[in-house]
Design a protein around this ligand. Sequence first.
Ligand code: AMP
Length: 281
Amino acid sequence: MEVFRKVAEIKEFVRQKKAQGKVIGLVPTMGYFHLGHLALMREAKNSGDTVVVSIYVNPLQFGPQEDLASYPRDEQRDLALAGEIGVDAVFIPADAEMYPNGFSTYVEVEQLTSGLCGQFRPGHFKGVTTVVLKLFNIVTPDRAYFGQKDYQQLVVVRKMAEDLNLDVEIVGLPTVREPDGLALSSRNVYLNPEERKAAPLLQQSLLKAKEEIVNGERSPEKIRDLIARILQSEPLIRTEYIEVREARHLEPLEYLEGRIVIALAARVGKARLIDNILVEV
Ligand code: AMP
């Protein structure tokens, strides 16, 4: 496995692979790998791609009050795990490599980024799309792999790729969870033991909501209220939002039908956790 820190180096690696007719698969990450990251890498590998993983904690997508400084990092462990999976190259740029002095160009997907997480993290998705487009331009992947855990991010990246005619297939993969249902996240390390015990209630509330819909409930309001009530029963959980939306374009719904996503965000101790569930009616 090759490790590159310079844009010019990874570009040259990709150029050579493409000359050999290889298909390039990119897995963008912020590192501190868990089984969710590894599932994306495995899928890329199983698809026969030459797999490039980027590890970059992108300052542009963190707000001033957010956890950029404390975001967990473990480069050596990440490299060992990527190596075990058979990743072909890891790209680990420094900030100065991604955003040299005077950097001043940004990419923003409108509308889709105004609600859900966008409402609570101003500028976050602008940071995400800017770095993802840069990574796409640097690595020129044929396919790029994203997790459904960050559902809005997946929809926003798909929209950017469509709107800007990017030649990349966006592959979305299911959320990988702990045995008790908590969605894996690098941020779960912020949870103390009590908070960790409370956190699976996020998914439990979504499963309960799904059950209600399957049993015939069609009111988004009632579904939101149900989840809110469940989460209020746990004092360690402070709900940020609960949204019931049409799954492809995140349009609000007055009546539940078609492909639906229920997405939520909550503060649990120092961690801001998100989760979602897809329901088809
Ligand atoms: P991150 O390092 O948190 O920015 O995540 C990098 C990629 O891994 C993103 O596409 C995430 O959606 C994906 N990811 C993070 N957590 C999970 C999970 N629990 N299951 C599946 N994919 C995930």
